[in-house]
Design a binder for this molecule. Structure first.
Ligand code: LLP
Length: 428
């Protein structure tokens, strides 16, 4: 079980609260977020990187609510937002704007204006069009934002192609190989309205080996050194993005923040010293590695259908609207019977949702107890990242609530959507 839950008298307990009590109080499907586990993971990152003078920005795209933003702030992390919506949540939570970083390959004018006016600490620019836009908006307001250039390092991260972001043929960043990154840097150095402070690189997500991170770090550090020598400009910041993988199923062996922190810093330091420039302040942006393992989804079983000779289809009360990752990336998950223990023979099963398509699969292949029946609760592990944040209302399913658990107590941090919420948007 790749999470923090434990069995108490046969029942799964999350943050010390039993699955049945949670389901009874909040209904299902339910996202349960273990606050202590989230904070512990944030702290691990902070200790690994903060100890060597680096900044940690939690990537809000993994999961962002006002409570989450407060935990992130209390643990001493900064916060990366990538849309006006995420920015609103951060500001509504009282997150200091100076500790926010803003991403996005197509930030709208309105989003840039909000970031400028709120005083967002770092804006990561991703295209020449955006540089033009930001320069004009900053000039109009007499502001001079601190900016990083997102650089594409040409690294092929070993992960699903939809979440690999540093090879040349994808939409993010400005390529080192074509000279686009250098042209952007030259442009920004000359800009009277933008303060170019550094470079940014993010190679992808759910990565298990250090090689890709290291190659990317070396390439951006070399580029930093070249800017120093050829353009006579010393940039003081280097953001190396997120991407650390987590365990979803037995056998997944994630790296620890500590394991990458030392390597990255020594690579960057070596390159910079060789280039004769001061070592920049390093930043990282973990999302999944903090939020993922802290979350569990509780579902109630509705039907158990034996397709004879093949497998048993176990249908639950959510599905691809609360977890699109299996359908989208072929993601794997671990699921257990949560409301009781069973000694029944395991049966080959597929955990599916209630949506109107056969691709609505949560766990493709798993063994569940042979006596599973309607009314049982099942728990899917490691759903804290990119599940609620990617949830939809497909088939007009209201999105689940998020309950935070800690020390045997629980509270709603995002309430369950209702059909009235959905109808309220429909103007007839
Ligand atoms: N920084 C930047 C610029 C990013 O684009 C991302 C993720 C992160 C940081 C955080 O990466 P993490 O530490 O969470 O791997 N929906 C996909 C993942 C998409 C990741 C997008 N960017 C999934 O469910 O696997």
């Amino acid at each position: 079980w790749p999470g923090s839950a434990q069995r108490v008298d046969g029942e799964l307990a999350l943050g010390g609260v039993g699955a049945a009590a949670l389901a009874a109080e909040y209904g299902t499907p339910l996202f349960v977020l273990d606050e202590a586990e989230f904070r512990r993971r944030a702290r691990d990152y902070k200790e690994a990187f903060g100890g060597i003078g680096a900044d940690v920005y939690y990537a809000g795209k993994a999961l962002l609510t006002k409570a989450v933003a407060k935990w992130v702030h209390e643990e001493g992390l900064k916060l990366d937002v990538c849309s006006g919506g995420e920015l609103s949540v951060a500001l509504a939570a009282g997150f200091p704007a100076a500790d926010l970083g803003m991403h996005g390959n197509n930030k709208s004018e309105a989003e840039l204006v909000r970031a400028l006016e709120a005083g967002v600490g770092r804006i990561v620019v991703d295209s020449f069009d955006e540089i033009d836009r930001l320069e004009r908006l900053a000039a109009e307001r007499g502001l001079k934002p601190s900016v990083l250039v997102r650089v594409t390092t040409g690294v092929e991260a070993h992960t699903h192609e939809f979440v690999a972001t540093a090879h040349d043929d994808q939409k993010f960043g400005l390529a080192l190989s074509t000279g686009a990154a250098e042209r952007a840097v030259r442009r920004l150095i000359d800009s009277p309205h933008i303060d170019l402070v550094g470079l940014h690189s993010h190679i992808g997500s759910q990565i298990f080996d250090t090689a890709g991170f290291e190659v990317a770090a070396r390439r951006v550090a070399e580029f930093l050194a070249r800017i120093h020598t050829e353009l006579g400009v010393t940039l003081s910041e280097l953001d190396l993005g997120g991407g650390l993988g987590i365990a979803y199923v037995p056998g997944d062996a994630p790296l620890t923040p500590k394991a990458i922190a030392e390597n990255l810093v020594s690579i960057v330091s070596r390159e910079c010293r060789a280039g004769g420039l001061p070592v920049p302040r390093i930043a990282v942006e973990p999302g999944r590695a903090i939020a993922g393992p802290a979350g569990v989804t509780l579902y109630r079983v509705g039907t158990v259908k034996d397709v004879e000779g093949i497998r048993t289809y176990v249908s639950v009360d959510g599905g691809m609207s609360d977890n699109i990752r299996t359908a989208l990336y072929g993601a794997e998950y671990t699921c257990v019977l949560a409301s009781r223990v069973s000694g029944a023979e395991p049966m080959l099963s597929r955990l599916v949702g209630k949506h109107c398509e056969s691709g609505d699969i949560i766990v493709n292949d798993l063994y569940l107890p042979g006596d599973l029946r309607p009314g049982d609760l099942v728990a899917v592990a490691a759903t804290g990242a990119y599940c609620y944040s990617m949830a939809s209302n497909y088939n007009h399913l209201p999105r689940p609530a998020i309950a935070a658990v800690r020390d045997g107590a629980s509270r709603t941090i995002v309430r369950r959507e209702t059909e009235e919420d959905l109808l309220r948007l429909d103007e007839g």
